[in-house]
Design a protein around this ligand. Structure first.
Ligand SMILES: [Ca+2]
Ligand SMILES: [Ca+2]
Length: 506
Protein backbone atom coordinates (compact mmCIF):
# COMPACT_ATOMS: atom_id res chain seq x y z
CA UNK A 1 0.00 0.00 0.00
CA UNK A 2 2.83 2.35 0.81
CA UNK A 3 4.48 1.76 -2.54
CA UNK A 4 1.20 2.54 -4.28
CA UNK A 5 0.88 5.81 -2.42
CA UNK A 6 4.42 6.74 -3.29
CA UNK A 7 3.80 6.01 -6.96
CA UNK A 8 0.67 8.16 -6.93
CA UNK A 9 2.57 11.00 -5.34
CA UNK A 10 5.42 10.78 -7.86
CA UNK A 11 2.96 10.77 -10.75
CA UNK A 12 1.29 13.86 -9.37
CA UNK A 13 4.62 15.68 -9.04
CA UNK A 14 5.60 14.71 -12.59
CA UNK A 15 2.26 16.01 -13.83
CA UNK A 16 2.68 19.35 -12.03
CA UNK A 17 6.26 19.77 -13.27
CA UNK A 18 5.23 18.91 -16.80
CA UNK A 19 2.32 21.35 -16.82
CA UNK A 20 4.62 24.00 -15.43
CA UNK A 21 7.24 23.33 -18.11
CA UNK A 22 4.66 23.49 -20.89
CA UNK A 23 3.35 26.77 -19.60
CA UNK A 24 6.86 28.07 -19.20
CA UNK A 25 7.85 27.15 -22.75
CA UNK A 26 4.54 28.03 -24.35
CA UNK A 27 5.64 31.08 -26.29
CA UNK A 28 3.03 33.73 -26.52
CA UNK A 29 2.77 34.97 -30.08
CA UNK A 30 1.21 38.36 -30.65
CA UNK A 31 0.28 40.04 -33.91
CA UNK A 32 1.96 43.44 -34.23
CA UNK A 33 -0.27 45.60 -36.42
CA UNK A 34 2.10 48.58 -36.21
CA UNK A 35 4.72 46.57 -38.09
CA UNK A 36 2.37 44.96 -40.62
CA UNK A 37 0.43 45.73 -43.74
CA UNK A 38 -2.12 43.68 -45.66
CA UNK A 39 -4.99 44.12 -48.13
CA UNK A 40 -7.77 45.11 -48.66
CA UNK A 41 -6.97 48.53 -47.15
CA UNK A 42 -3.22 48.40 -47.49
CA UNK A 43 -2.74 51.98 -48.63
CA UNK A 44 -5.03 54.84 -47.72
CA UNK A 45 -6.65 57.22 -50.20
CA UNK A 46 -3.69 59.60 -50.07
CA UNK A 47 -1.42 56.65 -50.94
CA UNK A 48 0.22 56.38 -47.54
CA UNK A 49 0.64 53.05 -45.77
CA UNK A 50 -0.12 53.35 -42.04
CA UNK A 51 3.01 52.93 -39.85
CA UNK A 52 5.21 52.54 -42.94
CA UNK A 53 7.20 54.87 -45.20
CA UNK A 54 8.00 54.12 -48.81
CA UNK A 55 9.94 55.86 -51.54
CA UNK A 56 11.94 55.59 -54.73
CA UNK A 57 9.91 53.94 -57.51
CA UNK A 58 7.73 52.06 -55.02
CA UNK A 59 3.96 52.43 -55.42
CA UNK A 60 1.41 51.37 -52.81
CA UNK A 61 -2.17 50.47 -53.71
CA UNK A 62 -5.00 49.06 -51.64
CA UNK A 63 -3.99 45.53 -52.70
CA UNK A 64 -0.18 45.52 -52.67
CA UNK A 65 3.06 47.44 -52.57
CA UNK A 66 4.92 47.44 -55.86
CA UNK A 67 8.50 47.93 -54.73
CA UNK A 68 9.89 48.07 -58.26
CA UNK A 69 7.87 47.89 -61.49
CA UNK A 70 8.93 45.92 -64.58
CA UNK A 71 10.84 48.80 -66.14
CA UNK A 72 14.58 49.22 -66.57
CA UNK A 73 16.70 50.45 -63.61
CA UNK A 74 13.98 50.92 -61.02
CA UNK A 75 14.56 51.02 -57.27
CA UNK A 76 12.13 51.27 -54.40
CA UNK A 77 11.76 50.44 -50.72
CA UNK A 78 9.37 50.52 -47.80
CA UNK A 79 10.44 50.81 -44.13
CA UNK A 80 8.64 50.69 -40.80
CA UNK A 81 8.19 54.15 -39.33
CA UNK A 82 9.11 53.09 -35.79
CA UNK A 83 11.82 50.82 -34.41
CA UNK A 84 10.81 47.43 -33.06
CA UNK A 85 9.81 47.24 -29.42
CA UNK A 86 10.46 43.49 -29.15
CA UNK A 87 13.45 41.21 -29.67
CA UNK A 88 11.92 37.96 -30.93
CA UNK A 89 9.72 38.08 -33.92
CA UNK A 90 8.34 36.45 -37.05
CA UNK A 91 7.71 38.24 -40.33
CA UNK A 92 5.34 36.58 -42.82
CA UNK A 93 5.80 38.08 -46.29
CA UNK A 94 3.61 37.20 -49.28
CA UNK A 95 4.99 38.43 -52.57
CA UNK A 96 4.93 37.97 -56.30
CA UNK A 97 7.96 38.43 -58.50
CA UNK A 98 6.76 38.10 -62.05
CA UNK A 99 7.92 39.09 -65.49
CA UNK A 100 7.61 38.08 -69.13
CA UNK A 101 11.29 37.19 -69.44
CA UNK A 102 12.67 33.68 -68.96
CA UNK A 103 15.03 35.32 -66.47
CA UNK A 104 14.37 38.43 -64.43
CA UNK A 105 16.26 40.99 -62.40
CA UNK A 106 17.42 42.01 -59.91
CA UNK A 107 15.38 40.82 -56.98
CA UNK A 108 13.93 41.72 -53.62
CA UNK A 109 15.37 42.17 -50.13
CA UNK A 110 14.00 41.80 -46.61
CA UNK A 111 15.78 43.94 -44.03
CA UNK A 112 16.09 44.09 -40.29
CA UNK A 113 18.66 46.79 -39.62
CA UNK A 114 19.73 49.18 -36.92
CA UNK A 115 18.77 52.16 -39.08
CA UNK A 116 16.40 52.59 -42.00
CA UNK A 117 18.02 52.15 -45.37
CA UNK A 118 17.67 54.40 -48.38
CA UNK A 119 14.96 54.15 -51.09
CA UNK A 120 17.33 54.00 -54.04
CA UNK A 121 20.39 52.15 -52.75
CA UNK A 122 22.79 49.77 -54.45
CA UNK A 123 21.70 46.56 -52.74
CA UNK A 124 18.36 45.48 -54.21
CA UNK A 125 17.11 49.03 -53.97
CA UNK A 126 18.40 49.94 -50.54
CA UNK A 127 21.56 50.89 -48.70
CA UNK A 128 24.84 49.07 -48.67
CA UNK A 129 26.95 48.80 -45.48
CA UNK A 130 23.87 47.98 -43.44
CA UNK A 131 24.00 46.98 -39.81
CA UNK A 132 21.88 43.92 -39.28
CA UNK A 133 20.23 41.33 -41.46
CA UNK A 134 19.47 41.29 -45.15
CA UNK A 135 17.65 38.35 -46.77
CA UNK A 136 17.88 38.53 -50.53
CA UNK A 137 15.60 36.98 -53.15
CA UNK A 138 18.17 37.23 -55.91
CA UNK A 139 16.69 36.69 -59.40
CA UNK A 140 19.66 37.55 -61.55
CA UNK A 141 22.71 35.31 -61.88
CA UNK A 142 25.59 37.80 -61.68
CA UNK A 143 28.34 35.19 -61.18
CA UNK A 144 26.98 33.02 -64.01
CA UNK A 145 26.94 29.85 -61.91
CA UNK A 146 23.41 29.00 -63.03
CA UNK A 147 22.24 29.03 -59.42
CA UNK A 148 19.62 31.76 -59.48
CA UNK A 149 16.90 32.52 -58.42
CA UNK A 150 18.50 32.04 -55.00
CA UNK A 151 17.44 33.00 -51.46
CA UNK A 152 20.14 33.84 -48.90
CA UNK A 153 20.83 35.82 -45.76
CA UNK A 154 23.77 38.16 -45.29
CA UNK A 155 24.73 39.67 -41.95
CA UNK A 156 26.58 42.97 -41.90
CA UNK A 157 28.00 45.11 -39.15
CA UNK A 158 27.80 48.31 -41.13
CA UNK A 159 31.28 48.03 -42.64
CA UNK A 160 31.13 45.53 -45.49
CA UNK A 161 30.19 46.27 -49.08
CA UNK A 162 27.87 43.74 -50.65
CA UNK A 163 29.57 41.39 -53.13
CA UNK A 164 27.19 41.77 -56.06
CA UNK A 165 29.49 40.11 -58.59
CA UNK A 166 29.39 36.81 -56.74
CA UNK A 167 25.71 37.04 -55.77
CA UNK A 168 26.89 37.37 -52.15
CA UNK A 169 28.23 33.81 -52.01
CA UNK A 170 31.35 35.02 -50.18
CA UNK A 171 29.27 36.69 -47.48
CA UNK A 172 26.15 34.65 -47.10
CA UNK A 173 25.12 33.19 -43.75
CA UNK A 174 22.81 30.55 -45.21
CA UNK A 175 20.58 30.09 -48.23
CA UNK A 176 18.63 27.80 -50.50
CA UNK A 177 18.07 27.46 -54.23
CA UNK A 178 14.37 28.14 -54.86
CA UNK A 179 12.49 29.51 -57.82
CA UNK A 180 10.15 32.29 -56.76
CA UNK A 181 9.32 33.87 -60.13
CA UNK A 182 6.02 33.53 -62.02
CA UNK A 183 4.16 31.22 -59.65
CA UNK A 184 0.39 30.56 -59.82
CA UNK A 185 -0.09 31.63 -56.19
CA UNK A 186 1.84 34.21 -54.17
CA UNK A 187 5.20 32.99 -52.88
CA UNK A 188 5.72 33.38 -49.15
CA UNK A 189 8.57 33.64 -46.72
CA UNK A 190 8.38 33.37 -42.93
CA UNK A 191 11.46 34.88 -41.32
CA UNK A 192 11.68 33.80 -37.70
CA UNK A 193 14.12 35.23 -35.20
CA UNK A 194 13.80 33.68 -31.76
CA UNK A 195 16.45 33.13 -29.09
CA UNK A 196 19.17 34.04 -31.58
CA UNK A 197 18.01 31.38 -34.03
CA UNK A 198 17.16 32.62 -37.47
CA UNK A 199 14.99 30.40 -39.70
CA UNK A 200 13.46 30.99 -43.07
CA UNK A 201 10.44 28.97 -44.12
CA UNK A 202 9.57 29.26 -47.80
CA UNK A 203 6.31 28.61 -49.65
CA UNK A 204 6.90 28.04 -53.37
CA UNK A 205 3.53 29.41 -54.51
CA UNK A 206 2.50 26.20 -56.30
CA UNK A 207 -0.59 25.99 -54.07
CA UNK A 208 -2.51 28.24 -51.72
CA UNK A 209 -2.21 25.75 -48.88
CA UNK A 210 -1.02 27.18 -45.59
CA UNK A 211 0.78 23.92 -44.75
CA UNK A 212 3.14 24.00 -47.74
CA UNK A 213 5.98 25.90 -46.09
CA UNK A 214 9.34 24.19 -46.19
CA UNK A 215 12.59 25.02 -44.49
CA UNK A 216 14.97 27.13 -46.53
CA UNK A 217 17.62 27.59 -43.84
CA UNK A 218 18.20 27.65 -40.10
CA UNK A 219 21.11 29.51 -38.51
CA UNK A 220 22.02 29.55 -34.84
CA UNK A 221 23.87 32.13 -32.75
CA UNK A 222 22.63 35.00 -34.84
CA UNK A 223 22.92 38.25 -32.94
CA UNK A 224 20.93 41.14 -34.36
CA UNK A 225 20.91 44.72 -33.10
CA UNK A 226 18.02 45.58 -30.79
CA UNK A 227 15.24 47.98 -31.73
CA UNK A 228 15.90 47.84 -35.44
CA UNK A 229 13.62 48.56 -38.42
CA UNK A 230 11.93 46.23 -40.86
CA UNK A 231 12.25 47.04 -44.51
CA UNK A 232 11.58 45.64 -47.97
CA UNK A 233 13.23 46.81 -51.15
CA UNK A 234 13.63 45.78 -54.79
CA UNK A 235 15.50 46.79 -57.89
CA UNK A 236 15.47 46.07 -61.63
CA UNK A 237 18.33 46.29 -64.09
CA UNK A 238 18.49 45.75 -67.84
CA UNK A 239 15.98 42.94 -67.27
CA UNK A 240 12.94 43.78 -65.21
CA UNK A 241 10.32 42.01 -63.09
CA UNK A 242 7.39 43.39 -61.15
CA UNK A 243 8.18 43.09 -57.43
CA UNK A 244 4.89 43.10 -55.55
CA UNK A 245 4.44 42.54 -51.81
CA UNK A 246 0.93 41.44 -50.90
CA UNK A 247 1.28 41.34 -47.15
CA UNK A 248 3.81 41.79 -44.39
CA UNK A 249 2.57 40.33 -41.10
CA UNK A 250 4.71 40.72 -38.00
CA UNK A 251 4.28 38.76 -34.79
CA UNK A 252 6.27 39.20 -31.62
CA UNK A 253 7.21 36.51 -29.13
CA UNK A 254 6.67 37.41 -25.51
CA UNK A 255 8.88 34.75 -23.97
CA UNK A 256 8.15 34.14 -20.27
CA UNK A 257 11.16 31.86 -19.96
CA UNK A 258 13.49 34.61 -21.15
CA UNK A 259 12.23 36.93 -18.41
CA UNK A 260 11.96 34.30 -15.66
CA UNK A 261 15.03 34.10 -13.49
CA UNK A 262 16.53 30.98 -12.04
CA UNK A 263 15.48 32.22 -8.63
CA UNK A 264 11.83 32.19 -9.68
CA UNK A 265 12.26 28.65 -10.94
CA UNK A 266 13.61 27.58 -7.53
CA UNK A 267 10.75 29.33 -5.73
CA UNK A 268 8.29 27.51 -7.96
CA UNK A 269 9.98 24.22 -7.22
CA UNK A 270 9.74 24.87 -3.47
CA UNK A 271 6.09 25.77 -3.85
CA UNK A 272 5.49 22.56 -5.79
CA UNK A 273 7.24 20.56 -3.10
CA UNK A 274 5.01 22.10 -0.42
CA UNK A 275 1.90 21.38 -2.52
CA UNK A 276 3.05 17.79 -2.89
CA UNK A 277 3.60 17.36 0.87
CA UNK A 278 0.21 18.90 1.62
CA UNK A 279 -1.42 16.57 -0.89
CA UNK A 280 0.33 13.53 0.54
CA UNK A 281 -0.78 14.46 4.04
CA UNK A 282 -4.40 14.84 2.92
CA UNK A 283 -4.25 11.55 1.04
CA UNK A 284 -3.02 9.68 4.12
CA UNK A 285 -5.74 11.30 6.19
CA UNK A 286 -8.43 10.29 3.68
CA UNK A 287 -7.09 6.73 3.60
CA UNK A 288 -7.25 6.45 7.36
CA UNK A 289 -10.84 7.70 7.35
CA UNK A 290 -11.76 5.27 4.60
CA UNK A 291 -10.24 2.32 6.46
CA UNK A 292 -12.21 3.24 9.53
CA UNK A 293 -15.47 3.40 7.56
CA UNK A 294 -14.82 0.26 5.47
CA UNK A 295 -12.71 -2.05 7.61
CA UNK A 296 -13.30 -5.14 5.41
CA UNK A 297 -12.43 -3.71 2.03
CA UNK A 298 -8.90 -3.86 0.66
CA UNK A 299 -9.62 -1.87 -2.45
CA UNK A 300 -8.74 1.82 -2.54
CA UNK A 301 -11.52 3.67 -4.42
CA UNK A 302 -9.35 6.78 -4.89
CA UNK A 303 -6.93 4.79 -7.05
CA UNK A 304 -9.56 4.56 -9.74
CA UNK A 305 -8.91 8.18 -10.58
CA UNK A 306 -5.26 7.44 -11.35
CA UNK A 307 -5.82 4.65 -13.81
CA UNK A 308 -7.94 4.76 -16.90
CA UNK A 309 -10.91 2.44 -17.19
CA UNK A 310 -11.68 0.34 -20.28
CA UNK A 311 -14.11 2.90 -21.59
CA UNK A 312 -11.65 5.72 -21.02
CA UNK A 313 -8.96 3.79 -22.83
CA UNK A 314 -11.35 3.12 -25.68
CA UNK A 315 -12.24 6.78 -25.83
CA UNK A 316 -8.59 7.74 -25.90
CA UNK A 317 -7.88 5.27 -28.70
CA UNK A 318 -10.82 6.60 -30.69
CA UNK A 319 -9.54 10.11 -30.18
CA UNK A 320 -6.05 9.15 -31.33
CA UNK A 321 -7.47 7.35 -34.35
CA UNK A 322 -9.50 10.38 -35.28
CA UNK A 323 -6.46 12.57 -34.94
CA UNK A 324 -4.57 10.31 -37.32
CA UNK A 325 -7.45 10.39 -39.80
CA UNK A 326 -7.53 14.16 -39.53
CA UNK A 327 -3.81 14.39 -40.22
CA UNK A 328 -4.11 12.12 -43.24
CA UNK A 329 -7.01 14.14 -44.63
CA UNK A 330 -5.03 17.32 -44.11
CA UNK A 331 -2.09 15.80 -45.98
CA UNK A 332 -4.36 14.67 -48.82
CA UNK A 333 -5.91 18.11 -48.99
CA UNK A 334 -2.48 19.66 -49.24
CA UNK A 335 -1.48 17.32 -52.05
CA UNK A 336 -4.75 17.98 -53.85
CA UNK A 337 -4.09 21.71 -53.67
CA UNK A 338 -0.64 21.08 -55.09
CA UNK A 339 -2.11 19.07 -57.97
CA UNK A 340 -4.70 21.77 -58.65
CA UNK A 341 -1.97 24.39 -58.70
CA UNK A 342 0.12 22.35 -61.12
CA UNK A 343 -2.91 21.66 -63.28
CA UNK A 344 -3.76 25.35 -63.51
CA UNK A 345 -0.21 26.08 -64.52
CA UNK A 346 -0.29 23.32 -67.16
CA UNK A 347 -3.64 24.50 -68.48
CA UNK A 348 -2.34 28.02 -68.90
CA UNK A 349 0.71 26.66 -70.72
CA UNK A 350 -1.47 24.52 -73.01
CA UNK A 351 -3.70 27.52 -73.76
CA UNK A 352 -0.63 29.55 -74.67
CA UNK A 353 0.71 26.76 -76.88
CA UNK A 354 -2.64 26.29 -78.63
CA UNK A 355 -2.73 30.01 -79.34
CA UNK A 356 0.78 29.87 -80.75
CA UNK A 357 -0.04 26.86 -82.98
CA UNK A 358 -3.26 28.53 -84.20
CA UNK A 359 -1.36 31.61 -85.26
CA UNK A 360 1.22 29.51 -87.15
CA UNK A 361 -1.18 28.02 -89.77
CA UNK A 362 0.44 28.84 -93.16
CA UNK A 363 -1.64 30.76 -95.72
CA UNK A 364 -2.98 28.73 -98.71
CA UNK A 365 -0.83 28.80 -101.89
CA UNK A 366 -1.83 31.35 -104.56
CA UNK A 367 -4.69 30.18 -106.74
CA UNK A 368 -6.05 27.91 -104.03
CA UNK A 369 -9.04 29.40 -102.32
CA UNK A 370 -10.29 28.71 -98.86
CA UNK A 371 -13.80 27.26 -99.14
CA UNK A 372 -16.69 29.46 -98.07
CA UNK A 373 -16.87 29.85 -94.33
CA UNK A 374 -13.12 30.40 -94.13
CA UNK A 375 -12.42 26.76 -93.51
CA UNK A 376 -9.18 25.31 -94.85
CA UNK A 377 -8.93 22.01 -92.94
CA UNK A 378 -9.37 18.49 -94.30
CA UNK A 379 -12.42 17.35 -92.31
CA UNK A 380 -15.81 16.71 -94.03
CA UNK A 381 -18.42 19.49 -93.97
CA UNK A 382 -22.17 19.01 -93.79
CA UNK A 383 -22.90 20.05 -97.34
CA UNK A 384 -20.30 17.55 -98.63
CA UNK A 385 -22.03 14.76 -96.75
CA UNK A 386 -25.37 15.81 -98.29
CA UNK A 387 -23.85 15.78 -101.79
CA UNK A 388 -22.51 12.25 -101.22
CA UNK A 389 -25.96 11.09 -100.08
CA UNK A 390 -27.61 12.59 -103.19
CA UNK A 391 -25.09 10.91 -105.49
CA UNK A 392 -25.63 7.60 -103.80
CA UNK A 393 -29.43 7.89 -104.19
CA UNK A 394 -29.07 8.67 -107.89
CA UNK A 395 -26.78 5.68 -108.40
CA UNK A 396 -29.28 3.46 -106.60
CA UNK A 397 -32.16 4.66 -108.81
CA UNK A 398 -30.12 4.05 -111.97
CA UNK A 399 -29.21 0.54 -110.82
CA UNK A 400 -32.93 -0.15 -110.22
CA UNK A 401 -33.85 1.00 -113.71
CA UNK A 402 -31.11 -1.14 -115.29
CA UNK A 403 -32.36 -4.15 -113.35
CA UNK A 404 -35.94 -3.56 -114.57
CA UNK A 405 -34.73 -3.30 -118.15
CA UNK A 406 -32.72 -6.53 -117.92
CA UNK A 407 -35.76 -8.33 -116.49
CA UNK A 408 -37.91 -7.17 -119.42
CA UNK A 409 -35.27 -8.33 -121.88
CA UNK A 410 -35.12 -11.70 -120.19
CA UNK A 411 -38.90 -12.07 -120.33
CA UNK A 412 -38.92 -11.32 -123.97
CA UNK A 413 -36.14 -13.81 -124.68
CA UNK A 414 -38.06 -16.46 -122.74
CA UNK A 415 -41.21 -15.75 -124.76
CA UNK A 416 -39.25 -16.04 -128.02
CA UNK A 417 -37.69 -19.32 -126.98
CA UNK A 418 -41.07 -20.75 -125.98
CA UNK A 419 -42.69 -19.67 -129.22
CA UNK A 420 -39.84 -21.15 -131.17
CA UNK A 421 -40.21 -24.44 -129.37
CA UNK A 422 -43.93 -24.54 -130.01
CA UNK A 423 -43.94 -23.41 -133.76
CA UNK A 424 -40.60 -23.41 -135.49
CA UNK A 425 -40.62 -20.90 -138.35
CA UNK A 426 -37.37 -21.63 -140.25
CA UNK A 427 -38.08 -25.22 -141.31
CA UNK A 428 -36.62 -26.30 -144.72
CA UNK A 429 -39.19 -28.03 -147.03
CA UNK A 430 -38.04 -31.39 -148.52
CA UNK A 431 -37.39 -31.53 -152.27
CA UNK A 432 -39.37 -34.14 -154.33
CA UNK A 433 -37.56 -37.30 -155.46
CA UNK A 434 -38.61 -36.95 -159.07
CA UNK A 435 -37.20 -33.54 -159.64
CA UNK A 436 -33.93 -34.66 -158.01
CA UNK A 437 -33.61 -37.62 -160.25
CA UNK A 438 -34.58 -35.51 -163.23
CA UNK A 439 -31.88 -33.01 -162.51
CA UNK A 440 -29.29 -35.74 -162.00
CA UNK A 441 -30.33 -37.30 -165.32
CA UNK A 442 -30.02 -33.92 -167.00
CA UNK A 443 -26.58 -33.56 -165.49
CA UNK A 444 -25.61 -37.01 -166.78
CA UNK A 445 -26.93 -36.11 -170.17
CA UNK A 446 -24.96 -32.88 -170.23
CA UNK A 447 -21.86 -34.79 -169.17
CA UNK A 448 -22.22 -37.31 -172.03
CA UNK A 449 -22.80 -34.42 -174.39
CA UNK A 450 -19.65 -32.78 -173.14
CA UNK A 451 -17.69 -36.03 -173.64
CA UNK A 452 -19.06 -36.38 -177.16
CA UNK A 453 -18.14 -32.81 -177.98
CA UNK A 454 -14.61 -33.25 -176.71
CA UNK A 455 -14.23 -36.38 -178.85
CA UNK A 456 -15.39 -34.51 -181.93
CA UNK A 457 -13.02 -31.67 -181.08
CA UNK A 458 -10.05 -34.07 -180.74
CA UNK A 459 -10.91 -35.71 -184.10
CA UNK A 460 -11.09 -32.33 -185.72
CA UNK A 461 -7.76 -31.42 -184.16
CA UNK A 462 -6.19 -34.61 -185.56
CA UNK A 463 -7.31 -33.73 -189.12
CA UNK A 464 -5.62 -30.42 -189.02
CA UNK A 465 -7.23 -27.17 -189.82
CA UNK A 466 -10.94 -27.16 -190.32
CA UNK A 467 -12.13 -27.04 -194.02
CA UNK A 468 -14.29 -23.96 -194.63
CA UNK A 469 -17.19 -25.83 -196.47
CA UNK A 470 -17.44 -29.46 -195.15
CA UNK A 471 -17.26 -28.55 -191.36
CA UNK A 472 -20.45 -28.43 -189.26
CA UNK A 473 -21.49 -24.92 -188.15
CA UNK A 474 -22.03 -23.77 -184.46
CA UNK A 475 -25.73 -23.15 -185.10
CA UNK A 476 -26.31 -26.66 -186.26
CA UNK A 477 -24.50 -28.04 -183.21
CA UNK A 478 -26.66 -25.95 -180.86
CA UNK A 479 -29.83 -27.11 -182.70
CA UNK A 480 -28.72 -30.74 -182.25
CA UNK A 481 -28.15 -30.17 -178.51
CA UNK A 482 -31.55 -28.51 -178.10
CA UNK A 483 -33.28 -31.33 -179.93
CA UNK A 484 -31.52 -33.88 -177.78
CA UNK A 485 -32.65 -32.05 -174.59
CA UNK A 486 -36.22 -31.92 -175.82
CA UNK A 487 -36.11 -35.66 -176.55
CA UNK A 488 -34.88 -36.38 -173.02
CA UNK A 489 -37.50 -34.13 -171.44
CA UNK A 490 -40.20 -35.65 -173.57
CA UNK A 491 -39.10 -39.13 -172.54
CA UNK A 492 -39.17 -38.22 -168.90
CA UNK A 493 -42.67 -36.74 -169.11
CA UNK A 494 -43.81 -39.86 -170.94
CA UNK A 495 -42.29 -42.13 -168.32
CA UNK A 496 -43.88 -40.17 -165.45
CA UNK A 497 -47.26 -40.41 -167.01
CA UNK A 498 -46.81 -44.15 -167.62
CA UNK A 499 -45.78 -44.69 -163.94
CA UNK A 500 -48.69 -42.66 -162.58
CA UNK A 501 -51.05 -44.68 -164.74
CA UNK A 502 -49.46 -47.90 -163.48
CA UNK A 503 -49.92 -46.73 -159.81
CA UNK A 504 -53.62 -46.14 -160.38
CA UNK A 505 -54.16 -49.87 -161.00
CA UNK A 506 -52.89 -50.82 -157.54
CA1 LIG B 1 22.34 38.63 -58.34
CA1 LIG C 1 24.54 33.19 -59.08
Amino acid sequence: MNSLNQMCGILFVIYLLFSYSVNAYKVHKKFEYKYSFKPPYLAQKDGSVPFWEYGGNAIASSENVRLAPSLKSQKGAIWTRNPLSFDNWEADIAFRISGRGRIGADGMAFWYTQNKGSYDGDVFGSSDRWNGLGIFFDSFDNDNKHNNPYIYAVLNDGTKLFDHHNDGTTQQLAGCLRDFRNKPFPTRAKVNYHNNILTLMFHNGMSNNEQDFELCFRAENVVLPKNGYFGLSAATGGLADDHDVIHFLTSSYADPLATASDQMLTEDQQKLQQEYLEYQRKLEQQKEEYRKEHPGEQKEPDLEDWFESDSQRELRQIFQGQNQIFEIIKELNRKLDEVVGKQERTMSLITQQTGAVGSNIPPPPPGQQIPSGGYAGDSIRRHEVDAIFNNQNQVQTAVGEIRQFILEVKQRVDTVINNQARAPTAQVQPVGYDTQSLVSEMRDGLNSLKVGMSQVASQVGQRGSCPTVSCVSVTSVLIIVAVQLLVILGYNIYRDNKESHAKKFY
